[in-house]
Design a protein around this ligand. Structure first.
Ligand code: PRP
Length: 184
């Protein structure tokens, strides 16, 4: 059973509005995504890149459902400059130690909101000459108007609410919730 938000001792009294995706629903969809990814890459080296921090729980669950050889690494990005510019304004605070050239790259994101993060990162990653470059997003709000790369793998269409849990935060709180909920 999923904990109800009102009774959840993880929240220290902070009220959540509702649970958008409970533990069982997430686990089932993540397993399906792992199978989709396994089947989508019949050959070649596959590097699964988790974008920190939001993807840390999703990535750790997802990779255990990918039944083929993979490498796992992470990206930490900092955006700066004009937020309306869709490329050239991302700096990698942590750059993957593994080479990207010639590999299938799967970038794992927790949520696509405005799409700015992805637009900026994909430009940087394309310059590394990967064999292929795709996105797996757990949540997609479907509000990004100028998304240069549509995620090939999507867990759920997300409601247009401020979501926390399963890696998603509000001021670094709530990342540890095993479900995804919206804030009051
Ligand atoms: C959040 C989230 C995505 C991004 C989505 O990251 O994890 O990476 O925003 O928003 P966008 O589509 O509007 O760019 P955030 O910058 O809050 O950092 P975090 O992953 O460390 O929580």
């Amino acid at each position: 059973m999923t904990a109800t938000t009102s009774a959840d001792p993880r929240l220290s009294g902070r009220a959540l509005r509702r649970v958008a995706f409970d533990e069982e629903t997430i686990a089932s969809r993540v397993a399906e995504l792992g199978a989709e990814i396994t089947n989508a890459y019949p050959d070649g080296e596959l590097l699964v890149l988790g974008l920190l921090k939001g993807s840390f729980i999703f990535l750790s669950d997802l990779v255990r459902h990918i039944v083929r050889p993979i490498q796992v690494d992470f990206l930490v990005a900092a955006s700066y400059g004009d937020a309306t510019v869709s490329s050239g304004t991302v700096r990698l605070l942590y750059d993957p130690e593994t080479t990207l050239e010639g590999k299938h790259i799967l970038l794992v994101e927790d949520i696509v909101d405005s799409g700015r993060t992805l637009n900026r990162l994909m430009t940087v990653l394309e310059e590394r000459a990967p064999r292929s470059l795709e996105i797996c997003a757990l949540l997609h709000k479907r509000i990004a108007i100028e998304l240069n790369h549509d995620p090939k793998f999507v867990g759920f269409d997300a409601p247009h609410e401020f979501l926390v849990g399963y890696g998603l935060d509000h001021a670094e709180n709530f990342r540890h919730l095993p479900y995804i909920a919206s804030l009051q």
